[in-house]
Design a protein around this ligand. Structure first.
Ligand SMILES: Cc1ncc(COP(=O)(O)O)c(C=O)c1O
Length: 489
């Protein structure tokens, strides 16, 4: 255990050694074996460059751009680059694009929803229309901002919504329609042009959540992939978000929210002058903002450059195709969709091949995948976010997937104790007492010395999968609360 405030300060070298020691418990952020959370281009020297740029600006405060023009210059350069990648800027169909740098995709989406909500003050009960596959951050935005969600179902075959259903969901209180390019879970691009057209016809803003893949789709198109229009070239698209800390390969903490023009952005801002302190104008949620992530992103983009991103997209494409072939070669596994971006997502068609057990078997072989729960008609699946660093590893993945599937079959599906399964299926979140939480946690071995380890999560995942989303949310809150406990000296 480490103590953050020792009685006597610890020498710098020792502190760094301690941090390095703590980091050894983490999943490997480099090496092409982690298919979620991190985006690794495997570009030599990039970490060092981004780290140095980060350090140069870490203490700069984005609170006041007039005091720190370096930050404003780098932010504006990032916005210009993102706009260019996404079909905006001089000599395009969207010459007046403007934007802001935010801390991540979630903040960009919250601000897109806020801007749309506040542009329609006459709507007292604002609503947001999204496909059911839209990122959970929209639900968070709705929750924080008091905007109700209208979820449009997606087809189990195409994983996309029907445009007629989107049109039907738009009502007088709809302040925003949003869609994904692509969705996180399956990497599928929504029918953006058609959705934007129905939104425009209804006089409603349309946001394209390109947080995940907005930086790769244009490069994939340049490589010959059939990528449908999803950016500012599409009439009716009023805003787009793209995360630089994903496929632009910048360190965490940077996303860009773009609006087609400054008028659309105005309601995103928050200004306050009615207090005795400094007058405040914030484009985003945070007030004080470190310049570190912005400088690091600026350095990353400049170092990789347009030609570099094209090469990285090519390598990623090669990896995606190799991984998809590996999945196709295993009987009992089925791709949820033919890959059209940088996601490989697959499910099991065989009851004896339990996906959650398979995910564990891959983990013990050093492949860190992301299990996804069943949702409506959609089965549970395994998600792989593929980055350029995966390409050299693909040849090793195929045989390991075959072996992992064979061992998962041998182990057989997870069988929850009957009473636990019944409890998960019938319990309502309100009925969840601390005793029941402790019982459920104990039933799956959480907190026990021989309980689940990061390598063996199948039982936990099966319990969560058996619970309805509302109960699952509550269990997650409770289980997470068990993790967030102070370390005392
Ligand atoms: C499509 C999409 N939107 C939004 C987000 C949220 O991004 P962040 O985790 O940076 O807040 C993600 C994250 O994976 C995403 O894939």
């Amino acid at each position: 255990m480490v103590e953050a405030l020792p009685a006597r300060g610890v020498p710098a070298e020792q502190v760094l050694a301690e941090v390095r020691g703590l980091r050894t418990a983490d999943r490997p952020t480099h090496g092409g074996r982690l298919f979620a959370y991190v985006y690794d281009p495997a570009v030599p020297g990039l970490d060092e460059l981004a780290g140095s740029a980060y350090a140069l600006s870490a203490h700069v405060n984005g609170l006041d751009p007039t005091a720190f023009p370096s930050l404003l210059a780098m932010e504006n350069a990032l916005v210009g680059a993102a706009a260019r990648v996404l079909g905006g800027g001089p000599d395009t169909a969207a010459p007046d694009v403007v934007g802001s740098v935010t801390s991540g995709g979630t903040e960009s989406l919250i601000l897109a929803v806020k801007a749309a909500r506040d542009a329609r003050p006459e709507v007292s009960r604002p609503r947001l229309v999204i496909p059911a596959t839209a990122h959970a951050a929209f639900a968070k935005a709705g929750h924080y901002l008091g905007v109700a969600l209208d979820l449009v179902p997606v087809s189990a075959e195409t994983l996309r919504p029907e445009v007629a259903d989107v049109a039907a969901a738009i009502g007088p209180d709809t302040v925003l329609v949003a869609c994904s390019a692509p969705s996180y879970a399956h990497g599928v691009v929504d029918p953006v042009a058609e959705i934007a057209a129905v939104a425009e016809a209804a006089g409603v803003r349309c946001h394209v959540d390109a947080c995940f893949g907005g930086w790769t789709l244009p490069y994939l198109r340049r490589l010959g992939v059939d990528v449908p229009s999803f950016d500012f070239a599409v009439p009716g698209v009023t805003s787009i978000s793209v995360d630089l800390h994903k496929y632009a390969y910048a360190p965490k903490g940077v996303s860009v929210l773009l609006h087609r023009d400054a008028g659309l952005r105005r309601s995103q801002y928050f200004a306050f002058a009615d207090w005795p302190g400094y007058t405040m104008i914030n484009p985003g949620i945070a007030s004080t903002r470190s310049g570190g992530p912005i400088a690091a992103a600026f350095a990353t983009l400049r170092h990789i450059g347009d030609d570099g991103y094209l090469r990285l997209a090519d390598r990623t494409l090669e990896a995606v195709r190799g991984l998809a072939d590996a999945v196709r070669a295993v009987p009992g596994l089925r791709l949820m969709a033919e890959p059209e971006s940088t996601v490989v997502c697959f499910t099991s068609t065989d009851r004896e091949l339990d996906l959650f057990v398979l995910a564990d078997e891959l983990t013990v072989r050093g492949w860190h995948t992301q299990p996804q729960m069943a949702y409506g008609d959609l089965p549970a699946s395994i998600h792989l976010t593929v980055t350029a660093s995966v390409a050299p590893r693909v040849a090793e993945f195929g045989p390991d997937l075959v072996a992992a599937a064979a061992d998962a079959r041998k182990l057989g599906p997870v069988r929850l104790p009957d009473e636990l399964r019944a409890l998960a299926a019938t319990l309502t979140p309100d009925a969840l007492t601390p005793e029941l939480v402790a019982g459920l946690a104990g039933g799956i071995g959480l907190g026990a010395a021989d309980g689940p380890t990061p390598e063996r999560m199948a039982t936990v995942n099966t319990l969560l999968d058996a619970a309805a989303p509302a109960l699952r949310e509550r269990l997650l809150v409770e289980f997470f609360g068990l993790l967030q406990r102070p370390i005392w000296a």
